[in-house]
Structures are given as structure tokens and as C-alpha cells.
Design a protein around this ligand. Sequence first.
Ligand code: FES
Length: 123
Amino acid sequence: MARLRVIFENGDPEQVIDFDPAAAPFQHDGRPASLLDVLLGHGVALEHACGGNCACTTCHVIVKRGGDRLSPSEESEDDLLDKAPGLTPTSRLGCQAVVEDADAEIVIVVPRYTINQISGHGG
Ligand code: FES
């Protein structure tokens, strides 16, 4: 079993999810076995304004441990992350980072910054 520990920067109680990545998808948003898929499929909320389609930054999470057990980021993900508030060197988009190891132990932090709406006009 893989294990995902979720720490919320806003002080919400920590969550621990044990899951089998091979059993993905767990719900319909984001890549199968992505952090977003695992969270939503186990009743843990994570913002995902674009529906897990790599088109926003609301699913931004910071990977504290186990980042090497996740699928590498692609250019489209990196481009979006550049715009994420509170970006860190281990930031990922939850809908794009797929858990690839059935024994992975992953720890993520959900930042308190959240953009619920991305406006159409530039700035
Ligand atoms: S939910 Fe929009 S990029 Fe992940």
C-alpha cells in the first residue's frame, strides 16, 4: 500500500490515506493515481478549479517527502506552477503528479493561498 500524508497549512487536521495506486482512478478529476485523484477519492478536499486539466494553479501542493515517487512534471505543469502563489522548489500540481510506486510514502502540504477564480484580463 502507498501512503499519503496531508498537512494543511491553514491548520485543518492532518489526513493519512492508505491506497493502492493500481486501483486508480478513484474518482473522475485529474490523472488517475494523481494526488488530486487520491485525495478526492478518499474524501479529502483539494481545490481543482479547472477540473484537473492542468489549466489553473488551485491544486498546488508542496511535496515534503516522496517526490521521487511521483511522475516527473511536464512543461505545461511547470509553466503553470510559475504563476502559483507561494511556489517552492518541490511544488507540484496535484492533478498532474501521479503516484507511481505502490509502496510510496508521500507527505504533502496544502498551502493556505488559494486562487478560486482566475480572471480573464491580464495584469
Ligand atoms: S486542477 Fe487545475 S491544474 Fe490541477
